[in-house]
Write a protein of this length. Structure first.
Lengths: 295, 313
């Protein structure tokens, strides 16, 4: 009796393993067509968005006083450069509120913290485009063909992604991947009310979870500013971002962009900031404001 | 017997094959010690923001009026000296945070998640899951940490908090929050970075939810000193003295506020100051008067107020 039971279990386990292998692209089944990033999107970032500035107001809505680098882990070389900021080029005595803003403040490492509206669209099935009204900038986030999902930070650590894609520019070159939510296994600590107990076959391993985020790594950057008063970042800067959507208690849609700026030339430690954007119904409030090119 | 062993071995291989075919898995663990990343708004959350600087805050006129009567000496009142940071403020403070969970030993289900901070030791309990913990009645006690319930949605912890005592939006500024305040949070992590998005709603003193994201870095070897607090009268004041300003006086700006160059109009705050188009309006504002002039006017106000308080007018 016991022997029959063991043989039975063995056959069932083997059959399930074969079916599972086929389902995951085994030789018996034709390889599935790779999904585009647009098809695989875990969150919807498209549309018009407005930055809502209730953090760092005095650094974002106006130009802070010359020499005010509070909160940025700058080294001595960077402070020397920041001290060369010339208010005369940006409105003289009224430079703090003139809104004459240097284009370097709209470089990728500082861009998303600037007050502005965004228009996000699919430039192609594997490229997400972000346009800004203030500063008139365009970022393109490139997904790897056939690999829309991934762990962007792990890829960075493994040396699978990095610089050298194209000449340095204000927005650099961005590689993106959808970050899937974690999956359950037998020891996972996120627990729900279904499927508990029962042993093999009844655990929640691999169960798909709601949500997800977008990971982006940006390199190939031209030197720019972290703040409107000339706080610099170098061409060696690497930017790591995570975009996550959420709803507020009134039902409005938002996303947050968590940003880590790594600059071995001018920062003593990575610089972390986050920026929140609220969705708008249309582009009726889109208001282009060019920035000032200063050589 | 041999057949029996062989079958066991094959069964083992089958089971191993099944397990190895599962997709890569990871854990979203928020337990542990977290150090606040002070790269945004840290000035506001260290010693507290400058008096009267409400720029970027969606406050109502009623909140502004109350804040104008505020005197930061209230922190010297014995009954408020050991007040812990309330739930709507503590995660924004520049202080180490510890998070730990309690699980059911039989089912391994989370029963509660608790948090505390190094400074002022606010101890908060988030009951899990929310569906097992119906909201308490409206007459249930309101506390500094309120009543929090949570649930996991994917790898994001959703938390709702209500039953809070009346408190403040920012420390040392007098901006009030009333006892109908609620807070919704989304807590998640990327690698060693923890993100807490706080959405504070107060129909009385906020015209729209105040939405704030706080970032923390994981500390593998974390620890936390005790925070003993005892009441001492550090600033001698007459018995029964209540620090406040009379309603018809305006906020006293300090020299640090003046050095930042924030226009006085913008410093009044309100939700209009939060949007990009306010940058165009900022261009039209006149420059602030010199601080010496501002200070002289404020000192005159204070003298008048003191005279009234002492019954000389």
């Amino acid at each position: 009796m016991k022997l029959r039971l063991i043989v039975g279990i063995t056959l069932i386990a083997g059959a399930i393993a074969i079916v599972h292998a086929q389902g995951r692209g085994g030789q018996a089944a034709p390889p599935p067509q790779p999904q585009s990033a647009q098809q695989a999107a875990l969150i919807d970032l498209t549309g018009y968005w407005v930055s809502v500035v209730d953090e760092d107001w005095r650094f974002r809505m106006m130009t802070p006083p010359k020499g005010d680098y509070a909160q940025v882990p700058l080294n001595a070389a960077a402070r020397k450069i920041a001290d060369q900021f010339n208010p005369e080029l940006y409105g003289g005595a009224k430079y703090q509120t003139s809104q004459i803003i240097d284009c370097r403040a709209y470089g990728a490492a500082g861009l998303m913290h600037m007050p502005m509206r965004l228009h996000i669209t699919w430039d192609s099935p594997n490229a997400l485009k972000i346009e800004t009204d203030w500063g008139l900038q365009t970022r393109v986030l490139h997904f790897t063909l056939g690999k829309p999902n991934g762990d962007i930070e792990q890829s960075l650590r493994n040396g699978e992604i990095g610089g050298g894609h194209e000449p340095a520019s204000m927005q650099g070159y961005s590689i993106a991947a959808w970050e899937q939510p974690y999956r359950f296994n037998q020891t996972i600590f996120q627990r729900g009310v279904v499927g508990r107990g029962g042993g093999l076959g009844q655990n929640r391993a691999g169960e798909v979870q709601p949500g997800g985020s977008l990971g982006v790594v940006t390199t190939d950057l031209a030197p720019g500013w972290l703040r409107r008063n000339g706080v610099p970042y170098s061409s060696k800067t690497r930017l790591i971002e995570h975009f996550m959507t959420f709803q507020d208690p009134t039902g409005k849609d938002w996303f947050t962009d968590t940003t880590e700026v790594v600059d071995p030339e001018y920062l003593n430690t990575p610089f972390f900031i986050s920026s929140e954007f609220q969705k708008e119904p249309d582009g009726s409030k889109w208001a282009p404001h060019p920035c000032k090119e200063v050589k | 017997m041999r057949l029996h062993r062989a079958c066991l071995a094959v069964a083992g291989i089958g089971v191993a094959a099944l397990l190895s075919l599962q997709p890569a898995i990871a854990q979203s663990m928020i337990n542990g010690y977290w150090s606040p990343l002070g790269h945004q708004d840290s000035y506001h959350y260290l010693a507290g923001p400058d008096p009267g600087d409400f720029s970027g805050l969606p406050i109502t006129d009623a909140a502004r009026k109350i804040a104008q009567q505020y005197d930061a000496d209230e922190f010297e009142q014995p009954e408020l000296m050991c007040r812990p940071f309330m739930a709507t403020y503590a995660p924004r403070a520049i202080s180490t945070m510890r998070i730990w969970e309690t699980t059911d030993p039989q089912t391994q289900d989370q029963i509660k998640i608790e948090t505390t901070m190094a400074f002022s030791a606010p101890h908060r309990t988030i009951w899990m899951p929310a569906s097992n913990h119906p909201a308490p009645s409206s007459s249930a006690p309101h506390t500094w940490q309120g009543y929090s319930t949570g649930k996991w949605v994917g790898n994001v912890l959703w938390v709702h908090t209500d039953h809070l005592k009346p408190g403040y939006l920012q420390r040392s500024q007098g901006l009030p929050l009333d006892d109908k305040t609620t807070m919704d949070e989304r807590i998640f992590r990327y690698g060693d970075t923890l993100v807490d998005i706080m959405m504070i709603s107060d129909p009385q003193y906020l015209s729209r939810p105040f939405i704030y994201s706080k970032l923390y870095a994981y500390i593998p070897q974390g620890n936390m000193d005790p925070y003993p607090c005892s009441v001492h009268n550090q600033v001698p004041t007459p018995e029964g003295y209540v620090p406040m300003r009379l309603p018809f006086y305006t906020t006293n700006y300090n020299d640090q506020f003046a050095a930042k160059g924030i226009p006085l109009e913008a410093a009044k705050g309100g939700e209009q100051t939060m949007f990009p188009e306010y940058q165009d309006y900022l261009k039209t504002l006149p420059p602030n008067p010199p601080y010496a002039q501002l200070k002289a006017e404020q000192e005159k106000q204070l003298e008048e107020q003191n005279a009234i308080a002492q019954g000389k007018q």
